[in-house]
Design a protein around this ligand. Structure first.
Ligand code: SAH
Ligand code: SF4
Ligand code: F3S
Length: 483
């Protein structure tokens, strides 16, 4: 875990160390020199802004980037007018890429007003060759590009960027490296994501993540426990363990440890109150995990269990390695063991070869499992994935009609599920002041649903009992039990 290091003590007359993380500390110190020069000249600190455009894994990477920038001496702000702007990109669906290009157009106009402004792009989208070519050709005002594997090198790359007038590009195809002990700037003081593994080996046929995030590798359980303990001593009460498929945690380690065993170790950390995790692939979800969840006092009553499709034929083409029946059996087993659990899912509509009958099968699973919530996506073709060369079968109108049919059932089930907790008293972790009504605060139940209730900012980061008075689609309103 990162301990405050005094960058002033690093001798910059020496050559940079070759070992990590010492090398990055050296470059942070070197960047700090630049910050000092900037401050003297401009009578203010340089400002940096990190914009996160992806999933929780990306959000965690953004916190690491922000931690490095803060240590160097940048003032972190939430405004793209900053002197240095990082976009941490996503490429899971084409609309993520389109959003990024739109954003670049806007930031270009800001750069024209401030020619010293620097623009850096990183994250999943940068791992694609076609994207790099397009940026070189059409967005030549970008100053720095790096990918998912070398984010820990941000300080070193910034030093190169500030010494050059050209676009700096550093993309690695893959890595087996995990660099520990770098700083992170958390968005919330009381909760934090914790990486337990990186990459993905599942190669679902529609998905680009294994290509842009590389091969699966797990962090050692000692490093994870050390990080969680440090977070708890800093005031964190809830952790979200992050991995593309947490159920295969440990498979790349010499140490013999399963995800369920890791959870048991984390459970024992005093002061930690809630444990979440994301994402759980149905094919690897063990009975051991269900048992550990059932007995746990801290693991939240929420499981995100991506279905993707309810048709066995489509699941096979997706390379998901389970059938409709196996998924239903698993969901049943989980609900029987932990009746109060909330199940959520991801579903794709419009995969190549999918017919309306296949979507009927998906709708059948939604009705049977009774998801508390489901994220529904229209299939997006990703170049380089096996599904990209499968012929499309349905027209976009048919896909849209199927999508709407599914969404209707998803919303109906979610509404009826939410109703069942009305009138009960539940523990809520208060997260923030309500954005629309300052007399309210907002927090989350163990099952991850949002709750809004009267309260003030002193409650933020605390677990309080709230009587749920009404369900409104995806959130509740209520009152603190003592009121
Ligand atoms: N590792 C996670 C998912 C990461 S991507 C898991 O296995 O569940 C998040 C979601 O995006 C996926 O669950 C899937 O539903 C959706 N998704 C991924 N690739 C997609 C594509 N090409 N088109 C549409 N949705 C996609
Ligand atoms: Fe993509 Fe499948 Fe890996 Fe999830 S498990 S990241 S959907 S390849
Ligand atoms: Fe996440 Fe998007 Fe990358 S979903 S892993 S940020 S492609």
């Amino acid at each position: 875990m990162y301990n405050e290091i005094d960058l002033e003590k690093i001798d910059l007359n020496l050559a940079p160390p070759t070992e990590e993380p010492a090398r990055q500390y050296y470059f942070m110190a070197k960047c700090q020199e630049w910050v000092h020069r900037f401050s003297e000249k401009n009578n203010r600190l340089p400002q940096a802004c990190v914009i996160n455009m992806g999933c929780q894994m990306n959000a965690k990477d953004s916190e690491k980037l922000a931690g490095i920038l803060k240590n160097i001496g940048f003032e972190l702000i939430d405004d793209e007018a900053a002197d240095l702007v990082f976009y941490n990109t996503c490429t899971v669906r084409d609309n993520a890429n389109q959003r990024m290009y739109g954003r670049l157009g806007l930031v270009h106009s800001l750069k024209k007003k401030n020619p010293h402004k620097k623009i850096a792009l990183c994250g999943c989208m940068m791992q694609e060759d076609s994207v790099i070519e397009k940026i070189q050709k059409s967005y030549s005002f970008v100053d720095l590009i790096f990918g998912t594997h070398n984010i820990y090198k941000a300080a070193e790359l910034l030093v190169t960027m500030y010494h050059s007038d050209r676009m700096i590009i550093d993309i690695w195809k893959d890595t087996d490296k995990i660099v520990e002990d770098l700083p992170a700037q958390r968005k919330y003081s009381f909760k934090s994501g914790v990486n337990i593994m990186y990459g993905c080996n599942n190669f679902c046929s529609y998905c680009i993540v294994p290509y842009v995030r590389g091969r699966e590798r797990s962090r050692s359980s000692e490093d994870i426990i050390k990080e969680v303990k440090k977070l708890v001593s800093d005031g964190v009460v809830e952790v979200m363990l992050l991995g593309q498929n947490v159920n295969s945690y440990g498979k790349t380690l010499s140490q013999d440890i399963s995800f369920a065993q890791l959870l048991q170790k984390i459970e024992q950390i005093d002061g930690l109150q809630r444990i979440r995790f994301m994402t759980s692939h149905p094919k690897d979800l063990s009975d051991e995990l269900i048992d550990v969840m059932r007995q746990s006092q801290k693991i939240c009553r929420h499981l995100h269990l991506p279905l993707q499709s309810g048709s066995t034929k489509i699941l096979k083409a997706m390379n998901r390695c389970y059938t409709k029946e196996q998924y239903l059996e698993l969901a049943h087993k989980i609900r029987s063991a932990i009746p109060e659990i909330s199940l959520t899912t991801d579903i794709i509509v419009g995969f190549p070869g999918e017919t309306s009958q296949d979507v009927d099968e998906t709708i059948d699973v939604v009705k049977k499992v009774q998801y508390d919530n489901a994220f529904t996506f229209i299939y997006s073709k990703r170049t380089g994935t096996p599904a990209a060369s499968m012929p499309a079968s349905a027209s976009s109108d048919e896909i849209k009609a199927n999508f709407d049919r599914l969404l209707k059932v998803v919303q109906e089930t979610a509404r009826s599920r939410a109703g069942r907790l009305v009138g009960t008293i539940q523990s809520v972790l208060v997260e923030e002041r309500n954005a629309h009504d300052p007399s309210l605060v907002s927090g989350r139940l163990s099952n991850n649903t949002l709750v809004h209730f009267p309260g003030d900012v002193t409650l933020i980061g605390k677990l309080v009992d709230v009587r749920l008075e009404a369900a409104h689609g995806f959130y509740y309103t209520g009152k603190m039990n003592s009121q």
